[in-house]
Ligand binder design. Structure first.
Ligand code: MV4
Length: 450
């Protein structure tokens, strides 16, 4: 087995550049794709070759499967890296790559299908002894069974779309009289968003920590984990700050999380890299929530504390090479924090696309910036608003926070609004500094002094 020779990156922005960087270091040629409006984009400039795949709207370009497969064929790319978002969790795309004899750099189509069927994944893991939140065993078939299960587990309950993501098709139900209406609303929302109305129900656990474990699995099924990320600073299901290790996870809990994550990978016959998502409640109860079958935006915090290049690992594994590291050699070194810089108003989070008239990026010891922006570039309204990720790595959490504050103060971005002022506020907030935050933290901060 040897490495793939040329990779087409079916993505844009900072993640396309991240993949190009890994390819360059591995001696792999790169093909960028772009939409009609993006010919001056940095990912196009940095790639060896590029192909225009369609009009600006994502549905016509970055989601256009026939166009992307043709681009791979005419450039003789042997593999496609999907990045995150777009086609990264589309089992039909992974299948279509296979049919065209193009290596999809990611898990198997079956892994992706199961990851996208959250009630089924939960059902399988529960059967194998991994703790899950009490609730329906699989989908709920009708309102009557929803009512009887809710009565059994007790209110509040949460109704979730099995195909869900980003909080769509999700309803918290606080009392029995509200359940039937919430069921209909969740079903309609799920049908509209995902084309399927399958729902499941579980006990609602308030004030949780969102903890996810990075895994990597070799072709022989050997699974390792790279520790956890704490993604509890979120707004409307959009993560804003992530860190590793979590400030609330003890060594004992970490071991448990790692064990469950590896077991999940084995039970689900998972391949390549992925993330096992858990929620941790106030009594340190750990529950499996879902499996993410892509590389995630926040992967750099794990790279910082483990020294493992997750994108290179993905490429090596997809090439049929074994894992480059053993579990016993993975040591968590120091603490890393990532702030997502979005082209948005820092108070209302309304999108703020436009031309960047002046740019200076931070750097220096312990700071990594992954971005596609440059002085004079235009942030387009067609795509997501993430323009840069800043990752600070220090010996301790306090060191990482201090480095992050320093880095945020160095940024000079003129012409558009960004969420940098928001991050500066969070990084001086006593609850954040003490590690005392959960997924409800931002709501309380807003009611207070943000
Ligand atoms: C939950 C939960 C509490 N209890 N499930 C959010 C997105 C999706 N991945 C699942 N999510 C949650 N599932 C149970 N059983 C809390 C969340 C959750 C959340 C819920 C409502 C409003 C904001 C939230 C932020 C993070 C997590």
């Amino acid at each position: 087995m040897s490495l793939i020779k040329k990779i087409l990156i079916a993505n844009r922005g900072e993640i396309a550049i991240r993949v190009i960087r890994a390819c360059k270091e591995l001696g792999i040629k790169t093909v960028a794709i772009y939409s009609e409006i993006e010919k001056d984009a940095m990912h196009v400039t940095l790639a060896d070759e590029s192909v225009c795949v369609g009009p600006p709207r994502a549905a016509d370009s970055y989601l256009n499967i026939p166009s992307i497969l043709s681009a791979a064929e005419i450039t003789d790319a042997g593999a496609i890296h999907p990045g995150y978002g777009f086609l990264s969790e589309n089992p039909h795309f992974a299948e279509a790559c296979k049919k065209s004899r193009i290596t999809f750099i990611g898990p198997t189509p079956e892994n992706i299908r199961l990851g996208g069927n959250k009630s089924r994944a939960k059902q399988i893991l529960r059967k194998h002894g991994i703790p899950v939140i009490p609730g329906s065993d699989g989908n709920i078939l009708d309102k009557k069974s929803a009512l009887s299960i809710a009565k059994k587990i007790g209110y509040p309950v949460i109704i979730k779309a099995s195909a869900g993501g980003g909080g769509r098709g999700m309803r918290i139900v606080r009392e029995e009289s509200m359940l039937e209406q919430a069921f209909s609303a969740a079903e309609a929302e799920s049908l509209a968003a995902f084309g399927v109305g399958d729902l499941y129900i579980e006990k609602y656990i308030p004030l949780i920590r969102h903890i996810e474990v990075q895994i990597a699995v070799g072709g022989d099924g050997t699974a390792i984990h790279l520790g956890e990320r704490d993604c509890s600073v979120q707004r409307r299901h959009q993560k804003l700050i992530e860190e590793s290790p979590s400030p609330v996870i003890t060594e004992k809990l970490r071991e448990k999380l790692g064990k469950y994550a590896i077991k999940a990978a084995e039970v689900l016959k998972y391949r390549n890299v992925g993330t096992v998502e858990f929620i941790v409640d106030r009594d340190d109860g750990i529950y499996f929530m879902e499996m993410n079958t892509r590389v995630q935006v926040e992967h750099p915090v794990t790279e910082a504390v483990t020294g493992v290049d997750i994108i290179k690992e993905q490429i090596r594994l997809a090439s049929g090479l074994p894992l480059s590291i053993k579990q016993k050699n993975i040591k968590i070194q120091g603490h890393a924090i990532e702030c997502r810089v979005n082209a948005e108003d820092p108070y209302t989070f309304a999108p703020s696309p436009g031309k960047i008239t002046f740019l200076y990026l931070p750097g220096g010891p312990g700071i990594r910036v992954d971005t596609y922006i440059y002085s004079g570039c235009t942030v387009l309204p067609y795509y997501d608003s993430l323009i840069a990720k800043v990752i600070a790595h220090g010996a301790t959490r306090k060191d990482a926070v201090d480095k992050m504050k320093r880095a945020l103060s160095e940024f000079k971005i003129e012409g558009i609004k960004t969420t940098i002022p928001f991050h500066k506020t969070v990084l001086t907030n006593p609850d954040f500094l003490s590690g005392e935050f959960d997924t409800g933290y931002l709501e309380r901060l807003k009611g207070g002094h943000l």
